[in-house]
Design a protein around this ligand. Structure first.
Ligand code: ARG
Length: 591
């Protein structure tokens, strides 16, 4: 709808620009939503922008534009000029229903971008080997997956990259302890995947880490292993692979439970870049920007300072010749730009890594690596806040340990079972369990996605599972409610008209909301904020609830009214399930 209006309005603003000898640009078309419904469906604020160049007060320009818009227009029923220079537009019903008809059964096509597809690299999840996912990884995994889905729905080519922490000192520490255990298991013919679950590997890592802190011999031992590993010792590499697979197998179980699309083909861990690090450092050195500082190879960019104002380096290679987190990321950027031919790179990690990414992006730019066809390839850090417990402190179990995601999800599913059981006791137990899973997982994901990602949020089962409010169960319930109308009325969907023929005020509001979807999806793509979509779906479901209260559907006053309303119902159902699909959340038919 918005596109159509922009097109309609642009041609007149363009004509006006020609009259005043001013070159038109699409940025001049400033369309807003009026604060109140009575003020029209859309408002144009362009007169304010044109006032300076036209040397006229905005209200006069708005009046001139209004005259132009009014002449032979077919989509507005009323166009008004409002001080200080707005033009307010009221759509006529037939423009709305005509647009609805385009959406009918074709929502996926309506949200597609009309631009050439971009190759977008999305770096998300990025778990560390031999460690369980921590809360930061959960958010990265959920948010990243949804951004990938939205970009794909827009028609972009998405390349997901799971930048695993799978190389370097921590791995050497694990191997120091694990290699002997693996030998033992081999000797006794035991299966490592049974004997070494991720929790155990994590324990082993912690022990080894502690040992290195406490005694120098252990530390020396680990460093020896690191060198051997880096030099390609085959037995160590085998063990490393084994540890990686043992870890990832468990991580994939969580991904599947969360319905996250990452698979082995997306694994591009730090280890993937190990052969490219030296080259990366050489290239940076050739740029002349690298200096030696306290034995380390560094780049100092003037915008980065420590707290006391002294220059803050980006350490490209450590003084002992080793590489660090920055080096891996520099090598990865090069690969993504040159080999993957990225048009946009997105990193989904918690806000505490903001400085790291600012430095990485600044250096990439300084080196000119992200220049493509005279343009800069955008690199964006999708930062997010923490998940807090109900006490407002970082989420921990009662005994003070980090909360395990798998436990959290299990509890959500169990609690949902009770909700479903209460709401719909007639469902078969099998159905109840299936629905409970969709509701529980959906609730956890939605609670995360519906927040402005920059903020911390409090994890509360009661709130996320509430059937009222901006929650997944509320949306799922709205969806199931529409489905039940079709079931109860034994409606043959092929008889539903693609265009409704009557629009009561609440139906009009509902229709405009449905038509807003493409605008919202585009906004999510641009700003990388899934909560826009959540807010939208919540508003849609709320208007649907009003519609459902005010407008009898199956017992409408005439067959034509009934069909017209069913047409709206179908669009609501399809829009909610499409929207939930973009959020990676199931929309069951019954609940
Ligand atoms: N593995 C890292 C961590 O757990 C996150 C990596 C994010 N991606 C990146 N390219 N640096 O903190």
């Amino acid at each position: 709808m918005r596109d159509r209006i922009v097109k309609e309005i642009s041609k007149h603003v363009q004509a006006y620009c020609e009259e005043i000898n001013f070159s038109f640009s699409p940025g001049l078309i400033d369309i807003q939503r009026p604060p109140k419904e009575e003020m029209g469906d859309f408002a144009l604020a362009s007169a304010m922008r044109l006032a300076k160049v036209a040397k006229k007060p905005p209200i006069e320009i708005a009046k001139i534009l209004t005259e132009k818009f009014r002449a032979n227009n077919s989509i507005f029923s009323k166009i008004e000029t409002v001080p200080p220079g707005f033009v307010n537009f009221y759509l006529n019903d037939s423009a709305i229903t005509e647009e609805l008809e385009k959406f009918f059964g074709k929502i996926g096509q309506m949200v597609k971008s009309d631009q050439k597809p971009l190759t977008v690299v999305v770096d998300y999840s990025a778990v560390n080997i031999a460690k369980q996912m921590h809360v930061g990884h959960i958010r990265s995994t959920i948010i990243g997956d949804i951004l990938a889905r939205v970009l794909e729905a827009r028609g972009e080519k998405v390349i997901a990259q799971n930048h695993l922490g799978d190389w370097g000192l921590p791995i050497a520490k694990v191997l120091w302890k694990v290699s002997p255990i693996l030998r033992d298991l081999e000797k006794n013919g035991k299966n490592p995947s049974e004997e070494l679950p991720l929790a155990k590997l994590e324990g082993i890592y912690r022990e080894a880490n502690q040992a290195c802190l406490e005694n120098k011999e252990a530390d020396d031992e680990v460093h020896k292993i690191l060198i051997q590993l880096q030099n390609g010792d085959e037995k160590l590499l085998d063990d490393w692979k084994m540890v990686t697979r043992l870890s990832m197998n468990e991580i994939y179980r969580v991904y599947r439970l969360l319905d996250v699309k990452l698979t082995e083909e997306h694994e591009r861990g730090e280890s993937f870049y190990r052969g490219l690090l030296a080259d990366t450092v050489t290239e940076i050195s050739k740029s002349g920007k690298m200096v030696e500082s306290q034995g380390a190879k560094c780049v100092f960019l003037s915008q980065f300072k420590t707290k006391d104002g002294s220059p803050l380096p980006i350490i490209v290679q450590k003084s002992d010749g080793g590489y660090n987190y920055d080096t891996f990321d520099l090598a990865a950027v090069r690969y993504r730009l040159r080999d993957l031919d990225a048009d946009r790179i997105i990193y989904v990690t918690d806000a505490r890594q903001s400085l790291h990414f600012s430095q990485l992006f600044a250096l990439t730019e300084e080196l000119g690596w992200n220049q493509k066809d005279g343009k800069k390839i955008p690199m964006e850090h999708v930062a997010f806040g923490s998940i807090l417990g109900e006490d407002g402190k970082p989420l921990k179990t009662r005994s003070g340990e980090n909360v395990k995601l798998a436990d959290l999800l299990q509890e959500a599913i169990e609690r949902s079972y009770s909700v479903v059981n209460e709401k719909n006791p007639e469902l078969s137990d099998e159905k109840k369990r299936e629905v409970a899973k969709f509701v529980g997982i959906g609730a956890v994901k939605y609670a995360d996605l519906s927040q402005n990602r920059n903020n911390d949020y409090i994890f509360s089962f009661d709130r996320m599972l509430a059937l009222n409010g901006n929650t997944a169960p509320y949306l799922q319930y709205a969806h199931a409610r529409v489905c039940s109308i079709f079931r109860k009325g034994k409606i043959d969907e092929s008889l539903i008209p693609s265009r409704p023929n009557c629009l009561a005020p609440v139906e009009r509001r509902l229709s405009l909301k449905i038509l807003q979807l493409p605008e919202i999806v585009r906004q999510v793509e641009v700003e990388l904020r899934p909560h826009y979509l959540c807010t939208y779906l919540f508003e849609l479901a709320s208007i649907f609830a009003n519609f459902y209260d005010e407008c009898p559907i199956l017992v409408a006053s005439s067959e034509s009214e009934k069909l017209s309303r069913l047409s709206l119902c179908k669009q609501v159902r399809d829009t909610i399930s499409f929207g939930l699909g973009l959020l990676g959340i199931e929309a069951p038919q019954e609940m």
